[in-house]
Each structure stands twice: as structure tokens, then as C-alpha cells.
Design a protein around this ligand. Sequence first.
Ligand code: DWN
Length: 409
Amino acid sequence: MNVKKCRICSSRLPAPFLSLGSMPAPNRFPAKEELKNNEPGYPLSVSVCSDCWLVQLQKVVPPQIMFKNYVYIPSTSTTMQAHFKKMSRTVTKKFNLKKQDLVLDIGSNDGTLLTFFKEQGLRVLGVDPASNLSLVARLKGIDTIEGFFNSNLAEKITKQFGHPKIITATNVLAHVSGLHDFVEGIKILIKKNGCFIAQFPYLVDLLEKTQFDTIYHEHLSYFSLKPLIRLLDSHNLKIFDAQKEEVHGGSLTVYISNKNSPYSVGPGVKELVRREDLKKLGEIKTYDDFARRAKKIKSDLVNFLVKLKKNGKRIAGYGAAAKGNVLLSFCHLDNKTIDYIVDSISFKQGRFTPGTHIPIYPESFLEKDMPDYTLLLAWNFAGEILKKQINYISKGGKFIFAHPNLIIT
Ligand code: DWN
């Protein structure tokens, strides 16, 4: 499906400021026997609305294809486990949650965040479209509704479970095509005093660090505060607090309530909006400059890898991440350049990257095989990964970082 109008203000979208080529859905890893099958490729290009400045994709890959059987499992990372644990404690304290208050997590994945809330005696409920992950969550004792969140489901939830005190959605909002219906669903749930807490990769970090590989088919929108405020305002909702986060290369957590709630808009929100203006997020030149930097990173990386291959060096990849698949596809790096990728997620091991068909092995293979260089595709977990691979590094293995510029450890 092609979206020609802005998801927030319905203005006609201008031509994309960056095209990353055509690639299969970024989290669909074919098995060996599927490699001969046709793999549909989808154009990946990103536009910015010249009215409300929401950065967004026009091509929408059917969500069923991307999310029904999902292999993004943040709980496999100690970084994300610690992040969710801290988030649950912060929210419980900030809102003085009482035992049996209901916390609803939209995009609850395998129930990791809700498990930390449940440990504090709170009532929890998850919503997630992935049948494989909903099953894992239920097996962990986290009640989970399998499906995509929308205003209809919100009505059903309030009838069956009541109004949640807190609703969370981490790395979800960017994935939603029908933003207005999603927000209407939130309005139904939170009533007067509830709070919706959304966490998403922050456009300011994406632009500043040239994280072009976080542009992929799962992420339909790339949020900054101003367009989000405009979306919420049209539904009589407000952002009363906002916090920057380290995770996923730089994220933002926003606290949202009804405009007539007792929560007053804090100075943090105004300060972030001021900084967005300073970063010129409302000027097309900002995005054209970003596109130019992305293309320079691509040519620097490709030229370096070609030189390594010419000198007989062996190169592996680390992290079969959606972002990694974008980088590989955009730079046309396949199994002729990258011998294999190691990854911690068992669902992905033994399979191949979409489109580029690079084999995926367990992490332990890296130190055994000792390739000369390893391209760090899951750069958002650099700390955790380099600590894990200290022996590979001490034996002379080198990691390659592609952005914000080419760095070799
Ligand atoms: O919004 C989304 C972002 C937040 O995460 C999802 N739609 C998709 C997903 O993107 P991703 O696939 O780039 O996610 P990750 O979690 O950044 O991918 C990291 C990859 O690296 C995973 O496949 C796991 C792997 N990994 C590893 O092999 N060793 C991760 C760690 C921490 C490790 O130590």
C-alpha cells in the first residue's frame, strides 16, 4: 500500500529525500531451503511532510507480513533487560502505583517489561500481534491479547479489564500506520487521570548520528516532538513530560495525558522543542544534508571493505538486526563480502539474511573462526557486544563501525 498523504496532517507528501533501494521485509530471515524462493522486495524511501514535519515512509508493507511471527526479542539483551527493569521502577514511583493498578503494554512482545511490573504486585495485560511472542509471554504468566491495538480493541479492553492507570508502548508508535485511530484508542483507555507512556527512537539522534540504517519498513514514522504534539493535540491530549534515553541509539520517552488531567506540562518538553527548532527540523535542507552524509558513509564503508577483500582479509558481521539488513542492502554487501553474521537469537541462527543471503551463526562461532574484521551491525549494543567479545579483540580481531563515520577498533 502507498500512503500519499501525511499520517498526521493529511498534507500531500513531497518526494522522498532519501531512497535506500528495494529490500525484503527486514526481519524475515529465510531458511536454506527457502533461498531459491522469490523474495518480494519493497522500495525503501523516506519523506518529510512540509507542513507538520513528520518524517515517514510512503510504502507500507502489510503488517501481517512483518509482525505475525516476530523475531525481535529485546529480552535477549542484558542492556534491554536492565532498561525495562529501570523503566518499571521509575513509572511505579512517579505515579505512586498501588497493588492491583492495571498496567497495559501495547506491543508487549515476550512480556519482559510487564514481568517487571508484575513483580511489584501490579495487574498487567499485554497486547501484541505476534503469535509466537504472545505464547512465550503467556507461558511466563503474562496475560496477553494477540492482535494489533486500535480503537475497537481499546473499547473491548475497558469493558473486560477496566481503565488502565498506565499504558506503555516501547518501540511501537513508529510502526503504526493509522496513527489517529491508535491515539483514539489511547483516549478511550486513559480517561481523565490515566497516562500513556510512549518510547521511540528520537529523530534528533537519528539525524545527528546519521543512523540511516534505522530507516526500515517496520518504522513508518520517525518522530520528533513537534509533529507528535500536533497529533496528540488534535485528540485533546498533551505531552506533560519527556525524557531522553540511551537505548537504540537515542530514544525519547514521552508522558501523555488528557489535556484536562492534573498533570502540568514540565520545562523538559519546552526545552526539547526549543532544541528541535535549533536543529532546524523544520527545514528541508536538514534532510538533504542527512541524505548526503548517508551516501558518504556508504561509499567510505564499501571502499574500505573492497580494499580488505583485495588484501585477502576475511570479514564477518555481528548482529542479524533489522538495521543491519538495511545497511547490507543499501551498501549491496552480500555473502561475497561478508562471510557470515553471528547473532544471539536462536530463531535467527541457521537462517540467512533477507535479500543478501548471508548465513547466521551463534555468537560463539566468532572467536572460534577468528575473522580478521567484524562489521558491527548491532551498534546500539556495542558496549555489551565488545565486552562479550574481549577474547576475539585480544587475539587481534577488529570491529568496524560504519557510522557516524568509519571507525576500526
Ligand atoms: O523497533 C524496533 C527496534 C527497536 O528493534 C523493531 N521494529 C526491530 C528491532 O530492530 P533490530 O532488529 O535492529 O533490533 P536489535 O534488538 O537492535 O537487534 C540486535 C540484534 O543483535 C539482535 O538480532 C540480537 C543481536 N545481539 C547479539 O547477537 N548479541 C544483540 C546483543 C545485545 C548481543 O549481545
